[in-house]
Ligand binder design. Structure first.
Ligand SMILES: Nc1ncnc2c1ncn2[C@@H]1O[C@H](COP(=O)(O)OP(=O)(O)OP(=O)(O)O)[C@@H](O)[C@H]1O
Ligand SMILES: [Mg+2]
Length: 405
């Protein structure tokens, strides 16, 4: 480049000198810039390499994070939030641990919150309040609206249930004075529609106990994987509401005999039953809690659930006798406009084999026959027609269940 400049014939010397200086200066700057450029490019390369490294680390952490969230987490309760970290208590083994949390997580937590923790006991996420899970399966009623007067033909059974459930709740001192442990629970068994569920509700109504109902079939079919936990929750809720009556309807669904099939559903049911057994065995700490269970599949029950100390009384609730049927007719027609000619004793004789639920259906159907006939008074023949219809309907459903079996 300087050659070209020398070749050029410039008019003034001073000018030429100053031009030369300028060029020199520019050339020097160019050199500096080039050096700087070089340096920048190196830095950029370094930065890129660094970036790559971080990118990889990020990916690894994201993956790890995801895995941590996926692998089973344990449930713990926040005990205390201290300067050193958060103290949690694990469910199950009750061990306490001090764990660190991010500031963000820390601001979300409060003592008594439930959290999910991983293997190394770091809090992964806070959990929603337990009550909403419970509310989905458990029905907690202060007092159900069934009374002993609504139940017909089960005097003996009623007496026995009252002795085992009501007495210990109302007069715990008496058991202390006599020096015996109050019975822990009763199992009601018998054919469908004979008043087992009613009986349990009536007891809860008559005592001031809170009535907590859980249906075994729901537990098993709707909340797969949660069964054992829900059983634990069930007893927790009861402890919170003492005195309480826990009612496990359709207990056969969780306490069925071990079958040959080794499906995972089976294992789940087994775990649920194990939890139930251990809750029932922890009777000492159970306090003012009584258990009533009901089943219409007594034959299916695992014998383990029937061992002493679990259900002290097994109460059979059979189909009603003729006398029982008569009373049940009277109960269900209390608010009905029945003709004087109607003879319930005779109807009771005719409706042999009818369960309480059948009799209720007969009464409703009889009313329908009267309405169809444009009458407001129900006559003997309406009841007879109704019984025929109820029988026909139930044999239909039996046929259906046979085809499906
Ligand atoms: N002994 C009874 N006295 C009066 N009504 C009864 C009697 N038994 C059954 N009923 C009527 O039948 C209905 C169903 O009874 P309940 O639900 O108590 O039967 P269950 O024995 O629990 O049957 P399942 O084994 O099918 O659960 C009751 O709501 C009630 O109207
Ligand atoms: Mg029932």
């Amino acid at each position: 480049m300087s050659d070209t400049v020398d070749d050029v014939d410039l008019p003034y010397d001073e000018d030429e000198a100053s031009q030369q200086e300028k060029i020199q200066a520019l050339e020097e700057r160019l050199e500096v810039l080039e050096a700087q450029n070089e340096e920048m490019r190196d830095k950029l390369l370094d930065a890129n390499a660094e970036n790559n490294k971080y990118q990889q680390k990020l990916e690894r952490l994201t993956h790890e994070n995801k895995k941590l969230k996926q692998s089973p987490l344990f449930v713990a309760t926040v005990q205390e939030i201290t300067d050193e970290g958060v103290i949690i208590k694990q469910h199950g083994n009750n061990q306490e641990a001090l764990t660190e949390v991010t500031d963000e997580m820390r601001s979300e937590l409060e003592p008594d919150d439930r959290v999910a923790v991983n293997n190394s006991l770091s809090i992964v996420k806070p959990l929603s309040n337990e009550t909403d899970v419970r509310a989905r399966v458990m029905e907690v009623t202060e007092s159900p609206d069934v009374s002993y007067e609504d139940i017909g033909g089960l005097e003996e059974q009623m007496q026995e249930v009252r002795e085992t459930v009501e007495m210990p709740l109302e007069k715990p001192d008496m058991f202390d004075d006599v020096g015996i442990d109050p019975p822990s629970g009763v199992l009601l068994y018998g054919p469908p529609g004979t008043g087992k569920t009613m009986l349990a509700k009536a007891v809860a109504n008559e005592t001031d106990a809170t009535f907590i109902k859980m249906a075994g079939s729901e537990l098993v079919h709707k909340f797969i994987g949660e069964g054992a936990k829900l059983v634990r929750d069930l007893f927790d809720v009861a402890r919170e509401h003492e005195p309480a009556v826990i009612f496990i309807d359709e207990i056969d669904a969780i306490a069925a005999k071990r079958t040959e099939s080794k499906t995972s559903g089976d294992a789940e049911v087994q775990r649920t039953m194990m939890q139930l057994l251990s809750e029932m065995d922890g009777f000492e700490e159970r306090g003012e809690i009584r258990i009533i269970a009901a089943t219409n599949r007594f034959d299916m029950l695992d014998r383990a659930i029937l061992r002493p100390g679990r259900f002290d009384r097994l109460i059979e609730v059979p189909k009603p006798s003729a006398d029982g049927r008569e009373i049940i007719f009277q109960i269900h027609t209390r608010n009905m406009n029945v003709a004087d000619e109607v003879d319930f004793a005779e109807l009771a004789e005719e409706a042999e084999e009818a369960s309480g639920a059948d009799i209720k259906a007969i009464c409703t159907e009889a009313g329908m026959f009267a309405i169809r006939d444009d009458r407001t008074e129900i006559q003997m023949e309406d009841f007879r027609n109704a019984w025929d219809k109820v029988q026909a309907d139930s044999s239909d459903t039996e046929d259906v269940s046979k085809t499906f079996a």
